[in-house]
Each structure stands twice: as C-alpha cells, then as structure tokens.
Design a protein around this ligand. Structure first.
Ligand code: MG
Length: 327
C-alpha cells in the first residue's frame, strides 16, 4: 500500500549518551542526551529509522510522553503520523523522519560551517579558540557583573576574527538584558566587524513584548530560541513581522514536512541548530530539511564533542539498533 493508506510496524529503542561533563544552562545541569530510535517497517519490508529527541525544558513533550505515544501505536498508518498532536513535536519529527528515510540511502555528512559550544563560565577560557570561527557561550548562570567581566576576558583572549553568540536561555531580567546589550553594542561599535553576533533568548518566552522592545532598542541582534521551539511558534513570530534571528531546532520543531516548506519562506534569518540529536538525524536535517544551499549563518551543530562516546559508533543505525535497550 502507498500514500496515506500505508501501514507501518513500529519498534522503539532507547538511547542514553552521557556528556563528558554536564552542560550548564540557566535551566540547570544537563548530564546527557536520552532519546528514542523509532524503526518503521512497511508492508514490503523496507526499513526507516527516526530519532525522537525531546527536550521538555525547551518546550517539547517529555521523553515519557513520547514513549507513551509509541507504546500506544505498535502499528501506525501514514495518516496517523500526519495526525500526531502538535503537543508532541519531537514525536512528529521522529516518526516523520523514519517514514521519509524508509528505503533511502544514508544522507551524506554535511559540510557546513558550525558554531562551537563553549563550556559555561570560566571554563570557556581554557578552550583554544580559532580565528574565523564562531562560538556560543551560555550566560545567565552566575551574577551579571561576574559574567560581564568574564566576557571581557574571553574576548581579550580570542584570536582575531572570532565571533561570539551569547545564549541566556531566557535567564535575564529586563535590567540585566539591558546591561548585556549595552555592553554588546559598545563592543561591536569599537570593532571593525561585530564581535558579538547576537544575544540569544535574553528573556523567557512569556515576555514577548519586552523581547520586541529589546530588538528595537539595541543594534546587537536578538535571536529567538525558546520562544520559537515549535514550528507553529516560528510561523507566528514570522507572521507578526519578526525580522530578527530565529534559532530552528528541527528535531523538536514538529513535522519535517511542515518545517521544510516553511523554511523556504523568503528573507528568513535562521540559525539551524542542534538538540544533541543522533548523527543520522543531523545528516537527515542537513540534507532533507535545510537543503542544498549553504546556510547564511553558522549552524549550531558543533556539539558532538560534548558526548563521551565517539560519533563514529552511531554512523550506521542498522548496526547500532540491536545493541539498544528496549523501552
Ligand atoms: Mg539557545
């Protein structure tokens, strides 16, 4: 059977990949990535793998909610995949990916410019940074005066031509956001090329009006991330006239098909970014969601060095599958 009538057998395995060190954000310490690999098999025996990688503090469903959906669907039709509720965006993505990947050759490893994630706090100073590269540094974790002092140290020890993205994960107040953006505007004005590419999600998503006000008031761009975690939020901000940067974490944004079509809207200023999904998923996002044109901004996929296990272990899912625990 083809099209919407197709029925797939669903099997799900769990994966758990600890980070070398916990990633500290405004939301606390994150020890590693847990997710689900979903395998669909169609009536002709063709196999497709997908990755369900929820991040509840980013606005997606919980891992438990994704597991519950999969347990309820030992078989699923194409129409049921299209009808997965919007409250389960990572599940929409993972099953949509598995269906599209069915019988497909492995996507190539993308050759794109990555933004590299630095450790939070003073540990960033110990990382060797390279000229011409883009780095992300999490803020909103310690006292603002201390972090601003550290920012100056990071910049002083950067080689020429390094660009920084600051990511507050919604952890600033109006007052501290103004302090950060004042500093960023001054640093950028004093440099031939902007040192600070943007400040990401200074305020929580609930403070939409103040996010607009900050973007009007300062020269340093504001990037939305938690505010636009899901596809319908991306669409809503864009339709309301937001012309700033939007971070797109495809693996938790919802149906791949919707995201792909929306991503072709002209004049979007997007940063394609990771939620520490599997390598096969990063390749799929690059090939099937982002498409052949090189992204205008460095992508946020420079994260695989955070994992304790080597990326090569995950290259061929058909070989990894049998080693993964059942849910
Ligand atoms: Mg972010």
């Amino acid at each position: 059977m083809a099209g919407n009538q197709a029925i797939y057998q669903v099997a799900v395995r769990r994966y758990d990949r600890p980070f070398r060190q916990p990633l500290t954000t405004h939301h606390g310490g994150w020890p590693g990535r847990q997710g689900l690999v979903v395998r669909l098999v169609d009536g002709d025996g063709r196999v497709g793998f997908g990755d369900i990688a929820p991040l509840a503090w980013m606005g997606s469903e919980s891992l438990q909610a994704a597991i519950a959906f999969c347990r309820d669907h030992p078989q699923i039709s194409a129409a049921q995949i299209d009808a997965i509720p919007d409250g389960l965006p990572a599940t929409q993505f993972g099953l949509g990916m598995a269906r599209e990947q069915m019988g497909q050759p492995r996507s190539p490893v993308p050759n794109w410019a990555c933004c590299h994630l630095l450790p939070t706090g003073p540990a960033a100073l110990a990382v060797r940074r390279e000229s011409g590269q883009t780095y992300k540094w999490k803020i909103g974790v310690a006292a603002v005066a201390q972090e601003l002092e550290l920012l100056h140290q990071v910049i002083m020890t950067n080689p020429a031509g390094v660009r920084l993205r600051l990511d507050a994960n919604g952890g600033l107040t109006w007052e501290t956001a103004v302090m950060w953006l004042d500093t960023c505007d001054r640093l950028n004005a004093a440099s031939a090329v902007p040192i600070i590419e943007f400040l990401e999600q200074p305020l929580p998503p609930s403070q939409a009006t103040d996010l607009w006000r900050l973007s009007d008031r300062f020269t340093t761009p504001i990037a939305l991330d938690e505010s636009v975690a899901r596809w319908e939020q991306l669409q809503a901000w864009q339709q309301q006239g937001w012309r700033g940067v939007m971070v797109v974490k495809a693996a938790i944004a919802g149906s791949p098909d919707k995201l792909r079509h929306w991503g072709q809207t002209p004049d979007l200023d997007l940063v394609w970014s990771s939620v520490f999904e599997l390598p096969m998923t990063q390749r799929y996002i690059a090939e099937r969601i982002v498409g052949p044109l090189p992204p205008s901004r460095a992508v946020g996929f420079g994260v695989n060095h955070w994992f304790a296990d080597p990326e090569d272990d995950w290259m061929e899912m058909s070989q990894v599958w049998d080693t993964l625990p059942l849910i």
